[in-house]
Write a protein that binds this ligand. Structure first.
Ligand code: NAD
Length: 265
């Protein structure tokens, strides 16, 4: 018996990284999973890995920068798998070329990040909630970031998108809680995914080790560690939790700016 037996789950950006970690955990808990992702290569690979384990998954190609995609993706998921019980809005981009202050950020980059990281979450929720209502229950998990709570230099659209995801989560939860549709968020810290490793120019393992030194637990996180929390939030074990976010960051947000390495030693 798994936590998600007989459930259909859709994960945006589920072909790689955190999304793939979420797909793997939901699948191991019994869900049939729809992976909606721009990368056909990685989407098909992820599906075949799940099928090899004797479980069911499908891949739907989607570019979430385009606002016409969410409705089509939900329709394809329901047509092919019969329903949607769980939605994980995970897709997100933070291109290294976008690291600029507000004056230097182009409107095109702003729109691309906001459309993918925020607007797709709104539209995917909008079109999946009618099916959840029909089921009499549902769960949505939005992947935000610790950057929705604190910030860093040169990330205006990313920071704005992640703060807005937390606010949207809180707001939507109030509109749908009476219908037993729970909506929560996760704020990951630094996780070992292509988003992080593609931004490393030198040795990846050495750089990840270095990043880990700044994190109280002493290492970066793995996608599965976000998957486990997403799976919990979507399960009946979290039946009284809605409008909440969980920080999953190896302790980084617990640490005050004054707690330098020097003082900690
Ligand atoms: N990795 C981290 O350290 C970290 C930390 C905090 C929050 N997050 C958030 O977690 C989520 C996942 O991040 P990740 O690190 O796994 O990213 P990633 O870049 O490693 O993987 C993203 C996945 O989304 C897909 N994708 C990218 N653009 C797309 C588009 N336009 N349409 C459809 N699919 C698209 C990619 O093909 C890939 O499968 C994002 O929302 C990100 O902001 C990541």
């Amino acid at each position: 018996m798994g936590d998600h037996d007989n459930k259909i789950a859709l994960v945006t950006g589920g072909a790689q990284g955190i999304g793939k970690g979420i797909v793997d955990v939901l699948s191991s808990e019994g869900a049939q999973v729809c992976i909606a992702d721009i990368s056909e290569e990685h989407g098909i690979k992820a599906v075949s890995e799940i099928e090899k384990l004797g479980r069911k998954a499908i891949y739907v190609q989607a570019n979430f920068e385009n606002s016409a995609e969410p409705k089509k993706v939900i329709e394809e998921c329901v047509n092919r798998l019969g329903n949607i019980n769980i939605l994980v809005n995970n897709v997100g981009i933070q291109p290294s070329t976008s690291y600029k202050n507000v004056e230097e950020t182009s409107e095109e980059v702003w729109d691309a990040i906001i459309n993918i990281n925020l607007k797709s979450y709104f539209l995917m929720s909008k079109y999946s909630i009618p099916f959840m209502r029909r089921n009499g229950e549902g769960a949505i998990v939005n992947i935000a970031s610790v950057q929705g709570l604190q910030s860093q230099k040169l990330v205006p659209p990313y920071a704005a998108s992640k703060g807005a995801v937390l606010s949207l989560t809180r707001q939507m939860s109030l509109d749908y809680i009476k219908e037993n549709i729970r909506i929560n968020a996760i704020c990951p810290g630094t996780i070992n995914t292509p988003m992080v490793t593609n931004s490393i120019s030198g040795n990846i393992n050495e750089s990840l080790k270095l990043f880990g030194k700044d994190i109280p637990i002493g290492r970066v996180g793995e996608p599965k560690e976000i998957g486990q929390v997403a799976s919990f939030l979507c399960s009946d074990k979290a039946s009284f939790i809605s409008g909440e976010y969980i920080i999953v960051d190896g302790g980084i947000m617990a640490k005050g700016g004054w707690d330098t390495e020097l003082q900690g030693e």
